[in-house]
Design a protein around this ligand. Structure first.
Ligand code: GDD
Ligand code: MG
Length: 346
């Protein structure tokens, strides 16, 4: 079965991390985020994946060229200019003849895709939207249903006075191919603001599959940090994490006096010097150097990060190549070695 994954957004809310890496490629427990998503789909037999992309596609091509999965057929649909969520699917799905999945490319979930597909078929739905419950629905698409789960209304990013439910669009759809007829070709078009409201107006069978499964939109530094901690802590599963509480690559050197409190993952070629303390959840990418006496707690370090002697880092995210001075104290920071384009400095 086919899934189109939308990975064309700029990831502005995940800055400064997305100044150097596109949102779908940010490392989650040391593997690109999108790889976790693709392997979860494959567990449910959804193994024909189309990545609908626009913004900075090169790193995605390169990664999967070197890390192809034997049982997954991966292809790409490239937009010259952003076509919006629906416009991107129209382009990527032009050859689709059967029921297919669409996923927002920044969502991670334990949802049972197989059960969702059965639900879609049992209802003879034209579109099924997965729903999840959140505290603050104003950042999402609110979906109102009747008692049979049929969608009545779809309101994207409502103000609080328009919030009628805490169940929101989880960014996972099952669609019949003729839904593509609602989308004009080559134009910017959104499911959330156009296709779903139009289908509802026409009385089409649009259903909602409400689920309490683990769900997160990792599109902000806080949520991205949380996803890493949740996978490490076992709050959600990933095909790319063994579940072990301490994983140290055999090519890394950890001084015998270093103290490690799980959960901690250490990538290849790291050096952890004398008296270092790693208080999990902590992830270190490849080639990190943690100098004598440094303390790192509840933090994510990407590749080739250097932490100076006796530095203290808590609740932080450090992108690849960041250097932290001796005795520095960092709390709740998200740092990239590139501060971002000049236009964003104001
Ligand atoms: N190919 C492509 N082209 N992808 C796009 C485009 C585009 O023009 N615009 C956005 N995307 C991708 C983003 O990369 C992201 O993976 C996904 O579509 C959703 O875009 P976001 O910008 O992250 O939307 P959101 O989080 O504000 O809201 C959406 O997701 C919520 C759930 O997380 C909506 O679908 C809401 O209704 C939903 O509740
Ligand atoms: Mg999002």
């Amino acid at each position: 079965m086919k899934a189109i994954i939308l990975v064309g957004g700029e990831g502005t809310r995940l800055r400064p991390l997305t100044y150097t890496v596109v949102k779908s490629m940010v490392p989650v427990v040391n593997k690109p985020f999108i790889e976790h998503v693709i392997l979860r789909l494959a567990e449910h037999g959804i193994n024909e994946i189309v990545l609908a992309m626009g913004y900075k596609p090169d790193s995605i091509f390169e990664y999967f060229r070197n890390n192809s999965e034997p049982n997954i057929k991966l292809s790409y649909s490239l937009e010259e200019k952003p076509l919006g969520t629906a416009g991107a699917v129209k382009r990527a799905g032009s050859q689709v003849k059967e029921t297919f999945f669409v996923l927002n490319g920044d969502v991670y979930t334990d949802i049972d895709y197989t059960d969702m597909l059965n639900f879609h078929r049992n209802n003879k739905a034209k579109a099924t939207i997965a729903l999840t419950r959140v505290e603050d629905p104003t950042k999402f698409g609110v979906v109102e249903t009747d008692q049979n789960g049929r969608v009545q209304r779809f309101i994207e990013k409502p103000s609080w006075d328009k919030v009628t439910s805490h169940w929101i669009n989880a960014g996972i759809y099952i669609l019949e191919p003729d839904v593509l007829n609602y989308i004009p070709e080559g134009e910017f078009y959104m499911f959330e603001r156009a296709v779903f409201p139009e289908m509802l107006e026409k009385g089409e069978p649009v259903y909602a599959y409400a689920s309490d499964a683990y769900w997160i939109d990792m599109g902000t530094p806080e949520k991205y940090h949380q996803l890493n901690c949740n996978i490490l802590g076992g709050n959600c599963v990933s095909p790319l994490h063994s579940g072990d509480k301490i994983v140290i690559d055999s090519s890394s050197k950890v001084h015998p006096t270093a103290r490690i409190t799980p959960p901690v993952i250490i990538g290849g070629g790291c050096v952890i010097e004398e008296g270092v303390e790693l208080k999990g959840p902590v992830v270190l990418g490849k080639g990190c150097l943690i100098k004598k006496g440094a303390v790192i707690e509840n933090s994510l370090l990407w590749d080739n990060v250097t932490v100076g002697e006796n530095a203290f880092i808590i609740n932080s995210i450090l992108a690849s190549g960041v250097n932290i001075n001796d005795k520095a104290r960092l709390e709740g920071q998200t740092l990239n070695r590139e501060p971002g384009p000049a236009t964003d400095k104001n």
